[in-house]
Design a protein. Structure first.
Length: 217
């Protein structure tokens, strides 16, 4: 395999302290080109400019390297969502809109990390160790859902966890559709599709009233 290193400069040498990050960068580059299963640990070492034995200082095998790509990806993902949500400021609805945009921006700007984060066998609960940052990312969605539900009478509020899963599923579906190139002929941006889907969803719950930008109640 002779992957192009355009857009990423292979270091001439590495220090003991940054070998791990150098290998993660190499792995992300290879994932973008060949997918999570399309390269070996030796190929990652070659692209990183280190010896074939060097990766074993940090990773027992390629799966361990992928798990670390997922872990570090979820850490940045969770931080980005939390910043976008900003505790619901200035309003829960505007912050929720920012949250959706941040979700899609991460998937667009870090396609390799995003792909591995949801790769079967690597994602949390799929046979690997749990990733705390994944729980933090989901917690942001739960906080947003809870804030939006406050517009409803308590007896009419949907389960926050279920609502959060709905939001995550819709967001992930839009992000994946565009990441895989299946939406090339769609005359709308992913942000427009996600926004319209969320408007329909929130109206269905009664959080938004038809023809209004604010809560139904």
């Amino acid at each position: 395999m002779n992957p192009s290193d355009r857009g990423w400069r292979r270091p001439r040498s590495y220090h003991h302290g940054n070998l791990k990050e150098v290998l993660l960068e190499a792995a992300r580059k290879l994932i973008e080109q060949y997918g999570p299963a399309g390269f070996s640990l030796t190929e990652a070492a070659r692209l990183a400019g280190v010896s074939p034995a060097a990766p074993y200082r940090h990773f027992r095998d390629r799966d361990a390297l992928l798990a670390e790509v997922a872990k570090s990806g979820f850490e940045r993902f969770a931080a980005r969502l939390d910043t976008a949500w900003n505790n619901g400021v200035p309003t829960p609805l505007s912050a929720f809109d920012n949250l959706g945009k941040a979700y899609l921006a991460f998937a667009r700007e870090e396609p390799a990390s995003y792909a591995v984060m949801f790769e079967p066998g690597v994602a949390p609960g799929a046979g690997s160790e749990p990733i705390p940052a994944a729980d933090r990312a989901f917690d942001v969605l739960q906080r947003a859902a809870a804030a939006l539900c406050r517009a409803l009478p308590e007896s009419e509020r949907p389960p926050v966890r279920l609502m959060s899963l709905h939001i995550w599923a819709i967001s992930h579906g839009v992000a994946t559709l565009f990441a895989q190139g299946e939406a090339r002929k769609v005359p709308m941006s992913p942000e427009e599709i996600l926004e319209s889907a969320m408007l329909i969803y929130l109206k269905g719950l009664g959080i938004l009233a038809d023809g209004k930008a604010g809560p139904a109640r």
